[in-house]
Design a protein. Structure first.
Length: 159
């Protein structure tokens, strides 16, 4: 908590400690160092800001979320049902509480699933069903597509 009191003036010259403990006198060696925190400044970690809903939302999220599917027209063989392609990794957006990634995709039909924590152990298909049917995406023209995955509902939206 800040009290609004002025900051005390600092001495114009600062003496630096000697390079080795042996160069200190007995008194300096036995005196504990002063706490550098001014007495009128306190940090309250139990405040409402420390426990904001965004902090709680993050704790309920997986380590990583990625797309995996038949993205080989874009990424070649590396994009065919890959589990670790960097370009298919989604980023967590705390403000939206969702995982997102935008891809520039050529016209065509794509099938994909959402992988959680980098493996097929936890994956979601259509309607957020675990191990469910593949999502399908039909593009009539080359498009930038944003994928948004909501971990609480386990479903993905595209725009």
């Amino acid at each position: 908590m800040l009290t609004g009191e002025p900051v005390p003036e600092q001495p114009s010259s600062v003496e630096h400690a000697p390079l080795s403990p042996e160069q200190l006198g007995e008194e300096a060696q036995s005196t504990p160092a002063e706490d550098p925190t001014p007495p009128d400044v306190a940090v309250d970690l139990s405040s409402a800001e420390a426990d904001s809903p965004m902090d709680d939302a993050w704790h309920d999220q997986p380590q990583s979320v990625a797309l995996s599917g038949d993205f080989d027209p874009v990424f070649g063989d590396a994009g065919h049902w890959s589990t670790d392609l960097r370009e298919l990794q989604l980023s967590y957006d705390a403000a939206a509480n969702s995982w997102q990634q935008t891809l520039q995709l050529p016209a065509g039909t794509y099938q994909y699933k959402v992988l959680v924590n980098g493996s097929w152990d936890e994956n979601y298909g259509r309607f957020g069903v675990r191990d469910g049917a593949n999502h399908e995406l039909h593009l009539l023209s080359d498009s930038a597509v944003t994928f948004r995955f909501d971990y609480s509902s386990k479903d993905i939206a595209t725009s």
